[in-house]
Design a protein around this ligand. Structure first.
Ligand code: AMP
Length: 419
């Protein structure tokens, strides 16, 4: 049914850049949530939940000037004048939570995941919203190739278990902050020696965060810069070589993208993104951030994580018909008279402990609405509770009807489902 609202009625229009999620696409969200939760739990990752808003300084201190200066954050003041921000991402919220609640224990890794809406004031377009859902995973107190591989393989397992098979991880190795500084000099040199005009935003980036010039879709110059690997030192090279060998041994689908920089301030070492076939935007991204915690608590906490854009993932699954969109009701009781309700409720108790999806009409309906009801609910079985003596079970899939009595009803339903 088309919306009956007048377009000028702003109160009932959702704000620009936001989305409504309802059936059938909400079934996909639920499915994604179930699949990822199962995989992460099996790998001993635990759920964390942090507030939707945090103090502004948490982000201004660690995200990098670029995002803040270009006003991508939803910042507001509360009644006491405190500056707060609707969270734009989860890695810093995790760090704040872990530090505030003393969750780190030396010598032990921490494994967390979160599922939450994030807010960024971006120009809305397909797959880019101002409020969007992310699944984030953070592995803390863990360095080295096995930790990097755990995160990469976990990400791959999530995609594969959702039926996505055709993808390659684009990876790059940023190295330490010193290596990054050397590359920034290379970027500046290239720009000085070329006649390219930078966009307004990149003129600012040139001074403050040259790495992000590579992310700019307006300038589109990422391919004029030398490959990142020219600034790798011996330590970087030896890590990359071991990682390459390891990934190749496990047939991991990856390729180097030396223009990938993921311009947030906190990244070091391995970074990666996955874009799915025929999609312009990345479905997920992540990387190592070994120096973030030491900046806050003067303690070495090597860490790596990733975030999946759940809305983009669900769009992809829907468009490519990779999940069954229909939630099927197993059993619908069509009640035509009030005398049935008490018995129906005791009957439902019997089915409480199995996985059947069951529904019934909460007020008696005339029998003439039976076929309309089947069409609307599309149940596997419909039980017509009409006259007292005889009950009709309609197997809507097999298109068969069975007459039964109240005594036999439960057994008959069980028998049909056991086939
Ligand atoms: P990021 O935190 O920028 O690394 O983003 C991680 C993932 O979140 C991206 O790969 C996207 O799939 C998703 N994402 C980021 N920004 C948006 C947005 N504005 N709208 C929808 N999804 C987004």
């Amino acid at each position: 049914m088309k919306s009956e609202l007048n377009k000028n009625n702003l109160v009932f229009q959702r704000p620009r850049g936001t989305i409504d999620i309802y059936p059938p696409s909400s079934f996909f969200y639920k499915k994604v949530y179930d699949v990822v939760t199962k995989i992460l739990t099996k790998n001993n990752y635990s759920l964390i939940v942090f507030p939707t808003f945090e103090h502004e300084e948490l982000f201004t201190a660690h995200l990098g000037d670029d995002i803040i200066v270009h006003k991508e954050m939803y910042t507001f003041s509360d009644r006491k004048g405190r500056k707060l921000v609707l969270r734009p991402e989860g890695t810093l919220c995790t760090a704040r939570m872990v530090i505030q609640n003393s969750l780190l224990k030396e010598g032990y890794q921490n494994k967390f995941y979160y599922w939450g809406n994030m807010f960024r004031y971006e120009r809305p377009q397909k797959g880019r919203y101002r409020e969007f859902l992310q699944l984030g995973v953070e592995l803390l107190n863990a360095s080295g190739i096995y930790a990097d591989y755990q995160i990469l393989s976990l990400t791959r397992d999530i995609l594969v278990s959702l039926g996505i098979s055709n993808f390659t991880f684009r990876i790059n190795y940023l190295g330490s902050k010193k290596t990054q500084k050397s590359y920034e000099l290379e970027i500046k040199k290239t720009i000085q020696n070329s006649k390219f005009e930078l966009c307004l935003q990149c003129k600012y980036r040139y001074e403050n965060n040259p790495l992000r010039i590579l992310d700019c879709s307006d300038c589109g110059y990422s391919n004029i810069f030398p490959e990142y690997k020219i600034v790798w030192n011996n330590e970087d090279k030896s890590y990359v070589e071991s990682l390459d060998n390891f990934l190749a041994k496990f047939n991991f689908p990856f390729c180097y993208d030396y223009s990938l920089v993921r311009g947030l301030d906190y990244y070091t070492g391995l970074i990666f993104e996955v874009s799915l076939i025929n999609e312009k935007t990345a479905i997920l991204g992540g990387g190592r951030y070994d120096e973030l915690y030491s900046k806050i608590i003067q303690k070495e906490v090597p860490a790596i994580g990733f975030a999946i854009g759940v809305d983009r993932l669900v769009n992809y699954l829907c468009e490519n018909k990779l999940l069954d969109s229909e939630r099927k009701i197993d059993l619908f009781f069509f009640v035509t008279t009030n005398i049935w309700y008490e018995r129906l409720l005791s009957l439902l108790d019997i089915f409480k402990n199995n996985d059947l999806i069951i529904d019934y009409n909460l007020k008696p309906k005339q029998r003439k609405y039976l076929s309309k009801t089947i069409e609307y609910y599309r149940p596997r079985l419909l039980v017509l509770l009409d006259k007292e003596e005889q009950i009709k079970i309609i197997d809507c899939l097999e298109k068969k009807t069975l007459w039964t009595t109240l005594d036999k009803l439960t057994q008959n339903i069980k028998d049909i489902f056991s086939h």
